[in-house]
Design a protein around this ligand. Structure first.
Ligand SMILES: Cc1cc2nc3c(=O)[nH]c(=O)nc-3n(C[C@H](O)[C@H](O)[C@H](O)COP(=O)(O)O)c2cc1C
Length: 188
């Protein structure tokens, strides 16, 4: 798939099943993430790969975080929270690891991590897989942060769920580029 085609046809999928990208493919996907624009080459990111049994442990963290966040959570709610980690055979947690820098604000470093997340989705799509970028309350909860070993200078940019699309792809909305991009005409 050529690059432009990949960009124009990427389509998030919430139902993801086996197979996930194989090890060699995952290497390519992460290599694509590492080609993200990166001011001063700070490499302000790292990636946690969660598959197999580890997804259950992530589900336990989700349930614990949900229990802590809400009072009176029912077993059904906790089960639902826990099962979210099973929505794909592979989850790549993109983590922005930022540091103070004289020329590169934290925001720019977070944007680089966001580009890495997008490159992961695009590379997976180019290889014939599908994915979806999710955050939600779980991305910001201290229990999840601690359980995944985040340091105080780190943020979860996203949980990138990856696998094979189940069912038909959703219809991609047609947007007119002219509605979003206009030539700036400077006033004299
Ligand atoms: C930072 C970020 C966080 C997101 N979090 C969620 C989320 O928690 N749940 C969700 O359903 N979609 C989330 N989305 C949106 C989906 O990833 C996806 O973009 C959306 O379903 C539209 O599909 P499309 O990417 O094919 O246009 C998030 C997107 C971004 C950029």
């Amino acid at each position: 798939m050529d690059a432009l085609n990949a960009l124009l046809t990427r389509n998030s999928a919430s139902k993801l099943i086996d197979p996930a990208p194989a090890k060699g493919e995952l290497q390519q996907i992460i290599s694509a993430a590492l080609r993200s624009p990166d001011h001063a080459r700070l490499r302000p990111w790292r990636f946690l790969l969660i598959e197999g049994q580890a997804r259950e442990a992530l589900g336990t963290l989700f349930a614990e975080a949900t229990k802590r966040a809400k009072t009176g959570t029912s077993p059904e709610i906790l089960q639902k929270a826990s099962s979210k980690s099973q929505r794909a055979p592979l989850i790549v947690v993109v983590i922005a690891s930022t540091a103070a820098h004289p020329k590169v604000p934290h925001l720019e470093q977070q944007l680089s991590a966001g580009c890495a997340a997008q490159n992961i989705l695009l590379a997976a799509h180019a290889l014939g897989y599908a994915g979806i970028w999710r955050t939600g309350a779980m991305a910001y909860h201290q229990i999840v942060r601690d359980g995944l070993g985040l340091a105080s200078n780190e943020e979860i940019t996203g949980f990138i769920y990856l696998g094979t699309m189940s069912g038909e792809p959703k219809v991609i909305p047609e947007l007119n580029p002219d509605h979003f991009a206009t030539y700036w005409t400077p006033s004299s």
